[in-house]
Design a protein around this ligand. Structure first.
Ligand code: NDP
Length: 241
């Protein structure tokens, strides 16, 4: 039977590419989203992938949503924690609301999405937890103290979980994309975007499909010896030691 994968924020942007790539690789995919019904319906229509709407930053919604996916599609083998938001601003101007929204959606969600599936993965002896961080969680970014903190937090979570799951066939890994050609990046002012591209050694933005291919690899049996790792996919913009 095909393995079941949940992709949070799997209906748009990078998540959409991940959902499609996993489907093409033979997985049964559930793509979640937060509020954009129109985009989700278009995605479902175009790709024939099941979509589910819930707030990934809410514990009960995640537990209920995962229970529904399990009832519909079977036990969850792979979780791709992709959903994310930005609420940028210099710290001296950042509101507590903007801090909390970003931590809740980008970091708390990873606990809420992983906790309900981890026991079953341990029992079945297989699991893949793949979380989408960011170059800005690796190096920090002015105006993104909230986002950088959340994205860096994924690395600590992943390294701890990798140790806990290692003997149970569960791997936990992070992918840290650089700037990818998506709506999130299109919202950046043109001048800022030009200067960002100028800092990318390969001389272009990344494509969502390039991140999706990293996910497909890390989800596979072939990647069973890779755990607690961070795969930087950033065109050479930041080379962590
Ligand atoms: P998009 O804004 O294009 O898509 C975000 C997705 O997450 C949407 O499907 C959205 O749902 C969903 N989402 C947002 N909030 C919630 C929520 N509370 N509950 C459930 N779903 C939610 O993002 P990108 O594709 O650009 O980014 C995807 C991931 O990659 C993010 O984690 C981002 O931080 C990270 N990243 C992106 C980079 C880039 O260059 N774009 C670079 C580095 C990292 P809905 O459609 O309903 O709004």
């Amino acid at each position: 039977m095909a393995r079941v994968a949940i992709v949070t924020g799997g209906t748009r942007g990078i998540g959409e590419a991940i959902s499609i790539a996993l489907k093409n690789a033979g997985y049964t995919v559930a793509a979640t989203y937060g509020g954009n019904d129109e985009a989700a319906a278009a995605f479902k229509e175009a790709n024939g992938i099941n979509v589910y709407k819930w707030d990934c930053g809410d514990a009960k919604s995640c537990a209920d949503g995962i229970a529904q996916v399990t009832a519909d599609l079977g036990d969850v083998d792979i979780v791709v924690n992709n959903a994310g938001i930005t609420r940028d601003g210099m710290l001296h101007k950042m509101t507590a609301e903007n801090w909390n929204d970003v931590i809740r959606t980008n970091l708390d969600s990873v606990f809420y999405m992983t906790k309900p599936v981890i026991e079953g993965m341990r029992e079945r002896g297989f699991g893949r937890i793949i979380s989408i961080s960011s170059i800005n969680g690796r190096k920090g970014q002015m105006g993104q103290a909230n986002y950088s903190a959340a994205k860096a937090g994924l690395l600590g979570f992943t390294k701890a979980l990798a140790q806990e799951g290692a003997r149970k066939g569960i791997t936990a890994n992070v992918i840290a994309p650089g700037y990818i050609n998506t709506e999130m990046v299109a919202a950046v002012p043109e001048k800022v975007l030009e200067s960002i591209v100028g800092q990318i050694p390969v001389g272009r933005l990344g494509e969502a499909a390039e991140i999706a291919r990293c996910v497909v690899f890390l989800a596979s049996d072939d990647a069973g010896f890779i755990t607690g790792a961070c795969l930087d996919a950033n065109g050479g913009q930041y080379m962590a030691s």
